[in-house]
Unconditional design. Structure first.
Lengths: 442, 599
C-alpha cells in the first residue's frame, strides 16, 4: 500500500485496514490498497457497492469503519481468490503428459483484493480453466518456479532442463508454461541442453489466463497435442494467426518473438514451422523433424554464463568489447548489420577490439540484426577484414539470441579452436544452410 | 398512474463525438467495408452474474465462435485485443466532466477504469472498460427534480451483425467509441413524465455539442416499478415516442401479475413436482411432442390463469414460455391453450396422471427439456409471489418480453492496464457550462422566425448552423431544415455532402457567387460531386451574370418584344420574358432594376 503518511495515519486512527468497509465523508465502500506507482498517494480508493472503484481526495474527511455489512456480491467478488475452482476431468486411460509451470502471463491473474496481476496460477488452476485438456491427455502437474520471463537467467534454464528430463522419463511429453518475453532464449537453451526422445513444448500467453479472451486456452490444447506427437524436439507452440484457429509448433532454435503484444508473435526465423497443430488434434508437418523414439531423456546443463550480447550500430563505441573482456567474459555475440558488418574503417572501428578479444581467447560471434538471412564472411572487403583478419566467428543464419545461448553452452563444453568449430556445426537444427524465399516474414 | 405507485428511472447511453476512441487513436467514424476477419473464442473465466442458468451459459460461451470484421480505417490492434489499451481519452473525459456540470453531478477525485465481464462476444477482450466519473446530480422537469445516480464513461461494444447457430458476427468500428452512461433515480412519476425526462436528458447532452447524433448513437433503458411490483429494466426501445406506451403496458403487466397472485392465493394454488410423461404421448398425433421426451408439471388451481392476458396479446402462459425458451426450446404448452391446435388428445389423461387441474409441458431433447421445465416451473412459482425483477426487451408494439433476471450488480474488477486519472482542480476550472437549450432557442429566435428557431434548436443541424458564418441566418436555417429535407425526399444523397462543402457553399453565396434561386440546384450538383470544391462547381454552372451582361440580354429581349412597349403592363410582360431566360443566372432584384432602366 502506498498511501500518503497523512492517509495512513487517518486509517490507523480509524483502525481501518485494506478490505474493511469504511466511510470517507459521504462515501462508503471497501477500502482498496492504492494501485501504487501510477496512482496519486493522497487519494483513498474505495470499491463502491455498485462495484466501481473511485479515488477520493483526502482532505481530512471523517474516516469511520462501517457497521453496515458488505453487500453479498461485493464480498463474494472480494473473496474470489478463495473460491473453489473446478477440478480437471482427468482421463486415466489417456497417455500422460507433464504440465511444468514456470510462471509468465499464462499463469497470471488479477488479484481482486489488490487489483494487481500476479503469476501465481498453478497448473491445476490452468487445467481447470481448460477442462478439454483432460480429454487430450492424463496430466501430471509440476511446478519449477513462478517467474516473469524477463527475470529469468541461465540458472533457470538449467533447472528447467533438469526438471524436463526427469518428467520426460515419466510421461509421453512435457509442456512447459512460460513467460513469452524470453521464451525463445529458453527454447534454444533447452534444445542444446536436452537429449530427448520425446517432445518438449514451451507455451505461454499474450493475454493473461483470467481474461475471457485469453490465448492460453488454444495454446494449451495444441501444446498438449504436440506433446503427444511424434515430434521429439524442443519446440514453441503458440498461435499461428490472430484468430483462435490453430498453432504453430516452432523449432526451439529457430523461433523468435516478433511482436510485443499480438497472439501470433512467435514466428519461425529462417525456417518453416515444424508443424501446424489444430485443437482437434490434427497435425500438419511442415518440416522434417526428429522422430519420437524409445530411450531415456538426458540433460547436459553445463553452461558458461560469462557471455554478452552486443549490438553494432552507427557510432557504437568498441570500448564495450574491451570492457567485457576486461571483466573476464568468456565470449561475445555481436548483432552486426546485415551480412555481418561492424564499423570497420570509421573513426570508431571495432576491428582492433575484436582482434584483441579473439587473440586473448574470447571468441566474438557475429549474427545479423536483420533477423532474417545469413551472415556471410566473404563477400565484402570489410567482412573479410572482420572474419579473416580479426578472427570473428560467423553465426550464419542463427538468430542472435540462439547464437548467444549456443555460445554459453559450447563454452562449457569446448575450448580454443573447438569453440569455433562447434559454433559452425549444426547441433540442434539451429543452422539452416538452405534458405527459401518464403521463410522470410513467414 | 399515481394510485398504482408508478415509478420509473432512465439509463441513457450516449456516444460522444470525439476525435479518437476511448482507449486508442482510431477515429470514431463508422466504416463501409471490413476487409479484416478474425475468429475468436471466449471463456467465461470470472463468471457473469444475472444469468438464467450460469453453467449452461458458460458451456454455451465455450461453444460459440465469434467472428470480428474490422476495417483498418476504424480499428487497430487495441480493438482486436492484440495490444493493451492506450491511456484514457482526455477529450472524452473533458466532455464527461462537462456533462457532470450540466447535471450537477460531483466528479470523483481520481477516475479508476474497471473491467466488466461480458462473454457474449460484443467485446473482443471479454470485458467492457468502464469508469465512474460523476456521483449524484439532478435536472429539472415540469414534474419536479429528477435525481441522477452516477455519470459513467465507458467504451461502446462491437455492433452485432448476424448470429447463425454457434457463430456470431460483429463489426469492430463501433467498439471503443466513448459512451456516457447516465442513470437516474426512480423519480419519474408517469409514462408522460418518462417521455419528458428522456427528451430533456437528450437535449441537455446535445447541449455539449460533443455527442454523436443519428440512429444508434443514443440508447435508453427504462426502469419501471409499481407498488407491490418489482424493478423491471426494459432495453432496446428505439423510439422515444413509444416510451409512454411501453411504460403503461409494463405497469399494466405488473398490476395484472399482482391480481394473478392474489387470485392464486385465494385458490390456494400449488405448483407440483416435474414428472416424465413421455409414455403417455407415445402414440400422440401432436408433431411438436411426438418422439421426444415429454416433461410435465402439474398445477393446482390454475384454470383460466395461464390464458389470462397481462399485456395486450400476451398471456401468463407467454411469460412462462419466455423462460423455457432460454433453455433453447420453442416454448411450453399449457392447459389453457386450445389442445386441438396442437392435435393433443391426451390432455385429460395427463391431468388425471398428474392429479392436477392444469399443466405445463415441454417436449425436447432430454437435457434441454429438463432445463426448460425447471425454468418454466421456477417462473410459475413466482406467480404465487408477485412480479419478478427482470431485464426485458421492448417489442415494437410496446409490449416487452423476458431477457434475463435483473443482475444484482455487475462483476467489476480493476483494468490494470490503464493508470488511474487524477481530476485536478485545473481540469475542473476549465469546464464551462455550454449554451443550454433554453438559451439556444432564445438566441435563434432573434435571428429567425419562432417556428424555424424551435426546429433548428432541437435539430441535428444546429452544430453545423453554428459553424456557418453568414449574413443570412434565416436563409441558412431554412436551407438546412427544409430544403435539404425536400432534396432528400427527391432521392438526392444530401447526407453524403461533407459539412465543409455546405460551409463553403454559404460563404460563396454570401459573396454573391450565385443567386438565391439556384441554391437547390447548387446543392444537387454538390451532392453528385461531394469531392469537388463548391467554387469550381458554381463557376462552371451557376456563375451570376454581371449587370452589363444582364443589360445586354434585356436589351435583346426588349427588341424582340417591341409590341409590348408602351402598354401599361410593359414591365410585367418584359420582366416575365427576361426571367424565362435569366432565372437563377442573376440576382432577381438587379434584373428588375435593369429592366426598369431599359424601358
Amino acid at each position: 500500500m502506498a498511501y500518503s503518511k497523512q492517509i495512513e495515519a487517518a486509517l490507523k486512527k480509524a483502525r481501518a485496514s485494506v478490505g474493511d468497509r469504511i466511510s470517507v465523508g459521504s462515501e462508503e465502500g471497501l477500502l482498496m490498497p492504492s494501485p501504487g506507482i501510477t496512482a496519486s498517494p493522497d487519494h483513498i480508493v474505495l470499491k463502491l457497492d455498485n462495484g466501481y472503484n473511485i479515488g477520493i481526495k483526502y482532505e481530512g474527511q471523517a474516516i469511520k469503519k462501517s457497521a453496515k455489512p458488505e453487500p453479498r456480491l461485493v464480498k463474494q467478488e472480494f473473496s474470489y481468490e478463495n473460491a473453489g475452482h473446478a477440478h480437471v476431468r482427468q482421463s486415466p486411460g489417456k497417455h500422460t503428459i507433464t504440465l511444468l509451470g514456470a510462471g509468465g502471463t499464462i499463469a497470471s491473474r488479477v488479484d481482486y483484493s489488490t487489483g494487481g496481476a500476479y503469476a501465481d496460477m498453478t497448473g491445476e488452476d490452468l487445467a481447470a480453466l481448460v477442462p478439454e485438456l483432460g480429454e487430450v491427455a492424463h496430466i501430471r502437474f509440476e511446478s519449477a518456479f513462478e517467474k516473469m520471463s524477463e527475470d529469468m537467467a541461465p540458472a533457470d534454464w538449467q533447472l528447467l532442463a533438469k526438471e524436463a528430463a526427469k518428467e520426460l522419463n515419466q510421461s509421453e511429453g512435457v509442456v512447459i508454461t512460460h513467460g513469452t518475453d524470453t521464451m525463445h532464449y529458453t527454447a534454444a537453451a533447452l534444445s542444446f541442453m536436452l537429449d530427448t526422445p520425446k517432445p518438449v513444448v514451451l507455451t505461454g500467453a499474450q493475454r493473461s489466463s483470467d481474461r475471457g479472451s485469453t490465448d492460453s486456452v488454444l495454446n494449451l490444447i495444441c501444446s498438449a497435442h504436440a506433446a503427444l506427437s511424434d515430434i521429439a524436439e524442443v519446440g514453441i507452440c503458440m498461435h499461428a494467426t490472430s484468430s483462435d484457429d490453430y498453432c504453430h509448433l516452432l523449432r526451439g532454435t529457430k523461433a523468435r518473438k516478433m511482436h510485443s503484444s499480438m497472439r501470433n508473435a512467435f514466428r519461425p526465423i529462417n525456417s518453416y514451422p515444424l508443424a501446424n497443430i489444430y485443437p482437434d488434434g490434427r497435425i500438419e508437418p511442415l518440416s522434417s523433424f526428429k522422430k519420437r523414439s524409445s530411450g531415456k531423456a538426458k540433460a547436459d546443463t553445463k553452461f558458461d554464463g560469462r557471455i554478452a550480447l552486443l549490438k553494432a550500430y552507427p557510432g557504437a563505441d568498441p570500448d564495450i568489447i574491451s570492457h567485457y573482456v576486461g571483466r573476464g567474459y568468456r565470449g561475445i555475440v555481436v548483432e552486426a548489420t546485415a551480412l555481418g558488418h561492424v564499423p570497420t574503417k570509421s573513426e570508431k572501428s571495432w576491428i582492433p577490439a575484436v582482434k584483441a578479444a579473439v587473440s586473448s581467447g574470447v571468441p566474438v560471434v557475429v549474427a545479423t540484426q536483420c533477423i532474417y538471412g545469413s551472415v556471410n564472411p566473404d563477400v565484402y572487403t570489410n567482412l573479410r577484414i572482420l572474419f579473416h583478419e580479426a578472427g570473428a566467428t560467423p553465426a550464419y543464419d542463427m538468430t542472435a539470441e540462439t547464437a548467444y545461448v549456443k555460445l554459453g553452452w559450447v563454452l562449457a563444453h569446448a575450448k580454443g579452436d573447438k569453440v569455433k568449430e562447434m559454433m559452425a556445426q549444426n547441433l540442434k537444427g539451429e543452422i539452416n544452410p538452405r534458405l527459401e524465399p518464403d521463410m522470410f516474414l513467414y | 398512474m399515481k394510485d398504482t405507485g408508478f415509478k420509473a428511472g432512465l439509463e441513457i447511453h450516449q456516444q460522444l463525438d470525439t476525435q479518437h476512441k476511448l482507449f486508442c487513436e482510431c477515429p470514431t467514424s463508422r466504416s463501409q467495408s471490413f476487409p479484416i476477419t478474425v475468429k475468436r473464442k471466449l471463456r467465461a473465466v470470472a463468471g457473469e452474474l444475472g444469468e438464467v442458468d450460469l453453467a449452461a451459459r458458460h458451456e454455451q460461451a465455450r461453444e460459440m465462435t465469434f467472428v470480428y470484421k474490422a476495417s483498418p480505417d476504424t480499428s487497430c490492434l487495441v480493438e482486436l485485443d492484440e495490444e493493451p489499451p492506450h491511456p484514457l481519452n482526455r477529450e472524452a473525459l473533458g466532455t464527461t466532466l462537462q456533462v457532470c456540470k450540466i447535471f450537477n453531478s460531483t466528479p470523483v477525485g481520481e477516475v479508476h477504469v474497471m473491467r466488466k465481464a461480458v462473454v457474449d462476444g460484443s467485446n473482443t477482450s471479454g470485458f467492457q472498460r468502464t469508469a465512474l466519473v460523476g456521483r449524484g446530480g439532478h435536472f429539472e422537469t415540469s414534474q419536479g427534480r429528477v435525481r441522477v445516480t452516477n455519470v459513467q464513461l465507458e467504451e461502446d461494444s462491437a455492433a452485432p451483425i448476424e448470429r447463425k447457430g454457434d457463430v456470431a458476427i460483429y463489426r469492430l468500428d463501433r467498439l471503443g467509441i466513448p459512451l456516457i452512461e447516465l442513470g437516474t433515480e426512480p423519480d419519474i412519476k408517469s409514462p408522460e413524465h418518462l417521455y419528458e425526462a428522456a427528451l430533456e436528458i437528450g437535449s441537455l447532452l446535445r447541449a455539449t455539442r460533443k455527442v454523436k447524433r443519428g440512429i444508434g448513437t443514443i440508447r435508453q433503458d427504462i426502469n419501471i416499478s409499481i407498488d407491490g411490483g418489482s424493478r423491471v429494466e426494459i432495453k432496446g426501445a428505439q423510439d422515444l415516442k413509444m416510451f409512454p406506451e411501453i411504460a403503461r403496458r409494463e405497469a399494466q403487466r405488473q398490476q395484472e401479475l399482482l391480481l394473478v397472485r392474489d387470485e392464486l392465493k385465494g385458490r390456494k394454488a400449488k405448483v407440483r413436482a416435474v414428472k416424465d410423461v413421455t409414455a403417455l404421448f407415445k402414440n400422440t398425433k401432436c408433431k411438436l411432442v411426438k418422439g421426444k421426451p415429454v416433461l410435465a408439471a402439474g398445477l393446482n388451481g390454475f384454470v383460466g390463469i395461464l390464458g389470462r392476458e397481462v399485456q395486450p396479446g400476451r398471456r401468463v402462459g407467454t411469460e412462462i414460455s419466455d423462460y423455457a425458451k432460454k433453455a433453447g426450446v420453442g416454448g411450453v404448452i399449457h392447459s389453457d391453450e386450445d389442445m386441438r391446435k396442437y392435435q393433443i388428445s391426451e390432455a385429460e389423461d395427463l391431468k388425471k396422471l398428474l392429479g392436477s387441474d392444469s399443466f405445463i409441458i415441454v417436449a425436447a431433447e432430454r437435457q434441454r427439456a429438463e432445463r426448460a421445465i425447471q425454468l418454466a416451473v421456477g417462473r410459475t412459482r413466482q406467480l404465487l409471489v408477485g412480479v419478478p425483477g427482470e431485464v426485458r426487451k421492448a417489442l415494437p408494439n410496446g409490449n416487452t418480453e423476458f431477457l434475463r433476471p435483473i443482475p444484482s450488480a455487475a462483476r467489476l474488477y480493476p483494468e490494470t492496464d490503464i493508470p488511474p486519472v487524477l481530476i485536478t482542480s485545473e481540469m475542473l476550472h476549465k469546464i464551462v457550462l455550454p449554451e443550454m437549450p433554453k438559451e439556444t432557442r432564445a438566441r435563434l429566435q432573434k435571428l429567425m422566425s419562432k417556428d424555424l428557431a424551435e426546429k433548428l434548436a432541437s435539430s441535428n443541424n444546429l452544430p453545423l448552423f453554428d459553424r456557418i458564418k453568414t449574413r443570412h441566418p434565416e436563409l441558412v436555417a431554412h436551407v438546412l431544415e427544409d430544403v435539404l429535407t425536400e432534396l432528400r425526399r427527391e432521392g438526392i444523397s444530401v447526407d453524403m455532402i461533407p459539412d465543409e462543402r455546405l460551409i463553403e457553399l454559404f460563404s460563396l453565396y454570401d459573396g454573391g457567387a450565385f443567386a438565391k434561386e439556384s441554391i437547390p440546384d447548387v446543392i444537387r450538383a454538390v451532392a453528385f460531386n461531394p469531392e469537388k470544391p463548391v467554387g469550381s462547381i458554381v463557376r462552371a454552372n451557376f456563375s451570376k451574370m454581371g449587370e452589363e451582361e444582364v443589360r445586354a440580354a434585356v436589351v435583346g429581349i426588349i427588341r424582340q418584344n417591341q409590341d409590348a412597349i408602351g402598354s401599361p403592363h410593359a414591365f410585367q410582360k418584359i420582366m416575365g420574358e427576361v426571367m424565362k431566360v435569366l432565372r437563377g443566372k442573376a440576382d432577381g432584384q438587379m434584373i428588375a432594376k435593369v429592366v426598369k432602366e431599359s424601358l
